[in-house]
Write a protein that binds this ligand. Structure first.
Ligand SMILES: NC(=O)c1ccc[n+]([C@@H]2O[C@H](COP(=O)([O-])OP(=O)(O)OC[C@H]3O[C@@H](n4cnc5c(N)ncnc54)[C@H](O)[C@@H]3O)[C@@H](O)[C@H]2O)c1
Length: 424
């Protein structure tokens, strides 16, 4: 066991895509870890050694359980006596506004077990000011202790990229902050035991903004190429070749590629946290974010429009056509279908009367509309489809076969070659 982590008790509130990998890493370096979650079924699965987060294997989880240093629980009494608590709960939008109720509830829970000298860290993505204005107040009110004087408080954004083989929790630099010098030292000291490199910023606000900057940057650039792709198509220009060519510039350009829209828990949501905060504090609109939302939200409809036109050229209506969708997850090689644009495409096609069949070996059944027939990718399925649409380019797909057999293929990822293939 690492000397610095000896006897130290860590609580991770929320055992999802962010919290579970963090808990596993903390066990690995020698902490005693409580993974606290309010979801009974998730906790049961964890206690049984069954992982629902793709980056954590069942073996890794079982090894953590076997050390006796990891407990998954819904029992808040096990939070008692924590040295470090990290909050990794959802931050969704409700009717376009940030919903911080999960952070509020977690903070209230932690407050009743807060002891002098302990450290609380928020990791959930949120607008600048949340840690200092909201979390600090709830912790102080619930514990009777003073933030900074009695306990440490900070913010550290998560940069986890599910499915990324090169950049993982340990080798991705972690941005850290604290509400004062001692809090920063406590927060940075904790993450220095978990990751290769920490990067400190002046206060939690800068750390909160860092995460939103990263995701807004991606959101806006994806919207830019998506809009460009739509115009280039109308002008008869191959946007993909232009992106490839621009990518040969060794400086000042970073390639982003068009697609069927954005999904997951970050891009469709995080930039709106920032624009909401800007609007509330300054009264002004964050126009880049609004424009990017407009363009990216339109992409599933654009895919459907392109399919309608392509079928029309084959003298076919969508109504009654058999459409094979490849990929339902929002991201390749993951089973995460939250906010996935592929689901929107499927819903629209069902609404137009298509017979929708979908292949996605990663996405579990319960997350998918029952009217979408789940099938395996086979030559027979491709042969019988009036059209095939590639939405998520999972590595397991035999796209050579699709290009060879598809009568009409619409490729939203530029992965398929063939005489009958068109790119969005
Ligand atoms: N998924 C990602 O790739 C990613 C990356 C970076 C940042 N984030 C951010 O991290 C945060 C968590 O995201 P996630 O993807 O891990 O979410 P998730 O939905 O996978 O997991 C959150 C967990 O928190 C639990 N929870 C909710 N309220 C609770 C409470 N009061 N006490 C204890 N547990 C509670 C839920 O039951 C759930 O298991 C969000 O703010 C998200 O924006 C996510």
């Amino acid at each position: 066991m690492n000397e610095r982590t000896k006897q130290r008790r860590v609580v991770v509130v929320g055992q999802g895509y962010v919290g579970l990998p963090l808990a596993m890493r903390a066990v690995e370096v020698g902490y005693d870890v409580v993974g606290y979650d309010v979801d009974e079924s998730r906790v049961k699965r964890l206690a049984a050694g069954e992982s629902y987060v793709e980056d954590i294997s069942a073996t890794q989880l079982q090894e953590a359980l076997a050390t006796g240093q990891f407990t998954a629980t819904t029992d808040d009494q096990l939070i008692e006596g924590f040295d470090v608590a990290v909050i990794t709960v959802p931050t969704p939008l409700r009717e376009g506004a940030p919903d911080l109720s999960y952070i509020e509830e977690s903070s209230r829970t932690l407050a009743s077990f807060l002891r002098p000298g302990a450290t609380v860290i928020l990791e959930s993505t949120t607008y600048p000011g949340t840690t200092e204005e909201l979390v600090a107040k709830i912790l102080e009110d619930g514990s009777g202790l003073a933030a900074g004087t009695d306990f440490h408080l900070g913010y550290s954004p998560e940069r986890i990229d599910p499915g990324n083989q090169q950049w993982n929790f340990v080798n991705t630099p972690k941005v850290v902050s604290g509400i004062d010098v001692r809090s920063l030292a406590a927060v940075q000291g904790f993450y220095d035991t978990l990751v290769d490199k920490t990067v400190s910023v002046a206060s939690p606000k800068e750390a909160e903004l860092t995460k939103l900057l990263e995701n807004t940057f991606r959101h806006v650039n994806i919207a830019l190429v998506n809009e460009l792709a739509m115009f280039a198509h109308e002008l008869g220009i191959d946007v993909w070749q232009a992106i490839d060519a621009a990518s040969t510039k060794p400086f000042g350009f970073m390639p982003f590629t068009p697609g069927p829209g954005v999904g997951g828990h970050c891009l469709p949501i995080d930039p709106s946290y920032l624009s909401w905060r800007v609007k509330r504090s300054t009264g002004r609109s964050f126009r880049f974010v609004e424009l990017a939302n407009d363009v990216n939200d339109h992409m599933p409809d654009y895919v459907v429009q392109r399919l309608v036109r392509a079928l029309n050229r084959h003298k076919k209506a969508v109504n009654g056509s058999r459409i094979l969708l490849l990929g339902l997850a929002y991201k390749k090689n993951t089973g995460d279908a939250r906010e996935s644009p592929a689901m929107v495409v499927a819903e629209r096609l069902l609404g137009l009367g298509a017979e929708v069949r979908a292949v996605d070996p990663h996405v579990v059944e319960s997350h998918v509309n029952q009217r979408i027939m789940r099938v395996e990718l086979s030559t027979d399925e491709v042969d019988k489809a009036d059209a095939v649409v590639l939405l998520t380019d999972h590595d397991t797909f035999d796209l050579g076969m699709v290009g060879e057999h598809g009568r009409l293929v619409l490729d939203a990822r530029r992965r398929i070659k063939g005489a009958n293939v068109e790119m969005i």
